[in-house]
Design a protein around this ligand. Structure first.
Ligand SMILES: NC(=O)c1ccc[n+]([C@@H]2O[C@H](COP(=O)([O-])OP(=O)(O)OC[C@H]3O[C@@H](n4cnc5c(N)ncnc54)[C@H](O)[C@@H]3O)[C@@H](O)[C@H]2O)c1
Length: 260
């Protein structure tokens, strides 16, 4: 159903976590993949472990020149760009009053401006070849609000808006733009925040347990959703936000109420 045979794809933030799992899955489905990241050694190692079909590319999503270079490399490798997955992102924990302006700007720069630059870089190629698929990795925080992650939440809602507008603008060029909205991911993203989160272990656990389907979200389930949008199986889908979140976006779950 999600055959990617012969496709050329770019996956950003693919050194580790979700991006690495997506890149591996793409190669398994027959695609050639450029794995970009600012973590050069880790990304190079990930590409080597995936093997034939996976190629590391040093890539900072906030730098237009890096986008020019990754597009040139993709054309050199595959003479086309079928899929762009805007997966790279930065997390910052802090309320609006505890988030300095420069931090907000940096988070928006990586999580929203980065995908905007990516879309601008690949669209001319996709238009010329007659189509393509862009998959933006948002979050459940693109769909509902959450306190204490103001800049991240704003950046992911911005990315969702960007995806909707782009879907409408590019549909007649056969370029589809969809969002996958996970309700969890790689724990390494929380690395810099672990000492603060340690004070809220019960609340953090409740966050993932009080869902229709309790627990975390396996990265391969996020990759399944990305593969669906990357492939022709979703040929009639554009402008979609697909939550992969155990139902976290669906509403409030109060454990005792299931016995009423
Ligand atoms: N971790 C979670 O709980 C969670 C929840 C919902 C959504 N997500 C989303 O899933 C996606 C993947 O995150 P993950 O969970 O695998 O976390 P992760 O931190 O492992 O992956 C993010 C990757 O982006 C890279 N990156 C950061 N800044 C970059 C830049 N300027 N240029 C290029 N690469 C850069 C990082 O080096 C890292 O490899 C992100 O879009 C994230 O927002 C994650």
């Amino acid at each position: 159903m999600t055959n990617l045979e012969g496709r050329m794809a770019i996956v950003t933030g693919a050194a580790r976590g979700t991006g690495a799992v997506i890149a591996r899955r793409f190669v398994e489905q027959g695609a050639t993949v450029l794995l970009g990241d600012i973590l050069h050694e880790e990304a190079e190692d990930t590409a080597a472990k995936i093997g034939d079909g996976a190629h590391f590319f040093p890539h900072d999503v906030t730098q237009p020149a890096d986008w020019d270079q990754v597009v040139a490399r993709a054309l050199e490798l595959g003479d086309r760009i079928d899929v762009l997955v805007n997966n790279a992102a930065l997390l910052h924990l802090g309320t609006i009053m505890n988030t300095p302006e420069d931090v907000l700007r940096r988070v928006l720069e990586v999580n929203t401006v980065g995908p905007y630059l990516g879309m601008r870089a690949v669209v001319p190629v996709m238009r010329k070849q007659g189509g393509g698929s862009i998959v933006n990795v948002g979050s459940v925080d693109s769909l509902i609000g959450m306190n204490g992650i103001t800049s991240y939440c704003a950046s992911k809602w911005g990315l969702r808006g960007l995806s909707k507008a782009a879907a409408l603008e590019l549909g007649r060029d056969a370029i589809r733009v969809n969002s996958v909205c996970p309700g969890g991911g790689n724990a390494e993203m929380y690395g810099p925040w672990m000492s603060q989160l340690a004070n809220f272990m019960d609340e953090t656990l409740a966050y993932t347990e009080n869902r229709a389907i309790p627990g975390g979200v396996p990265l391969d389930k996020i990759a399944d959703a990305v593969c669906f949008f990357a492939s022709d199986a979703s040929a009639s889908c554009t402008g979609v936000d697909l939550p992969v979140d155990g139902g976290a976006h669906a509403g409030h779950f109060i454990p005792g109420f299931n016995t009423l």
